[in-house]
Design a protein around this ligand. Structure first.
Ligand SMILES: C[S@@+](CC[C@H](N)C(=O)[O-])C[C@H]1O[C@@H](n2cnc3c(N)ncnc32)[C@H](O)[C@@H]1O
Length: 295
């Protein structure tokens, strides 16, 4: 456990909740992350791994409420934070049915910690791919033809936008980050054009005894959010770094990155991906320099 610093990034290897308590107030310009989805994916056997919390109403809620209290303190006044979540199917093995409103829980805990809930985008998911991957009876043709009472559509991803209270001291207005044409597309309430496979390579971070695997955030989603909510040179934070997707995009876009990751294999994969981002970024700057421009 410890912190790995290199060039434009630093990653803490360990529990983010206790680590965040050691960081100063208002030190982050922007944060984007996917919290562990409790009861759905467990990443490690550590009790600090929120993915191990089977009890969504109590244990997971408690972990996340400590988490939100800390992160609300770290975001600079007036700056944004985007949380990527999905609704969680309740487990049949514990005799439950329907969905757990994980989106609602995150909004409630964020507001309780003092953040302002401003918006959420929906990211489209492919129905066929989800039906095959999750084997959800609610999506299958068999349910459609036998009894439609339980049929429902695909579960999309939500990008919940919060803002820290107070005035933003440094406007986010650096040119060449978001064109008017891009904004016409990005202002849509549902992002239909995100390719689900546009992610970093998952297999690099797989542990020997993993039964479930990480669900990395799409690079194109991160690219939009980092361009929208930070200026070049600013510090982007992902407390649940995983294999480093948020960091990879941030560094490639000329931002600095700070992360935390509990699981050894993901931590190692994140460092590898962040080093690659730094290499690709400096190769791109060199190429521009030779072409007579600036990065
Ligand atoms: C949904 S994944 C994040 C994936 C990441 N967005 C990516 O694209 O690679 C959640 C991550 O949180 C990590 N995690 C769970 N509990 C944690 C904790 N208390 N502190 C730090 N990391 C934790 C898990 O090991 C997992 O890698």
């Amino acid at each position: 456990m410890g912190i790995h610093f290199s060039g434009e990034y630093a990653v803490h290897h360990g529990d983010c909740i206790t680590h965040m308590a050691t960081l100063p107030d208002a030190c982050m310009d922007f944060s984007v992350f996917s919290p562990p989805f409790p009861a759905l994916y467990s990443y490690t056997s550590s009790p600090a791994d929120i993915g191990n919390s089977e009890n969504l109403k109590h244990e997971a809620k408690l972990h996340l409420s400590f988490f939100y209290k800390q992160i609300a303190r770290l975001i600079k006044p007036g700056r944004a934070m985007v949380v990527h979540v999905m609704q969680i199917p309740r487990m049949k093995r514990s005799g439950e049915a329907g969905l757990f409103d994980f989106r609602g829980l995150n909004i409630k805990l964020g507001e309780r910690a003092g953040l302002v809930y401003e918006y959420d985008w929906l990211v489209r998911k492919n129905p066929q791919a989800q039906a095959i991957r999750t084997k959800s009876r609610e999506l299958q043709f068999s349910g459609l033809e036998s009894d439609r009472s339980k049929q429902r559509g695909t579960l999309g991803d939500y990008l919940i936008k919060f803002r820290a209270p107070g005035d933003n001291a440094t406007p986010i207005n650096s040119p060449d980050q978001v064109s008017r044409n891009a904004w016409i597309d990005w202002a849509e309430c549902c992002w239909m054009d995100i390719r689900e496979t546009d992610t970093l390579n998952v297999s690099e971070g797989r542990g020997v005894d993993d039964v479930k695997h990480i669900c990395p955030l799409q690079l194109s989603v991160i690219d939009r959010l980092v361009r929208l909510y930070s200026n070049p040179g600013e510090l982007v934070f992902s407390p649940f770094t995983g294999i480093g997707s948020e960091g990879y995009v941030s560094v490639k876009l000329g931002r600095r990155f700070y992360g935390c990751e509990l699981k050894d294999e993901y931590y190692a994969a994140a460092i590898k991906n962040l080093e690659r981002a730094q290499g690709e970024r400096s190769a791109a700057s060199d190429a521009l320099l030779f072409a007579g421009g600036a990065a």
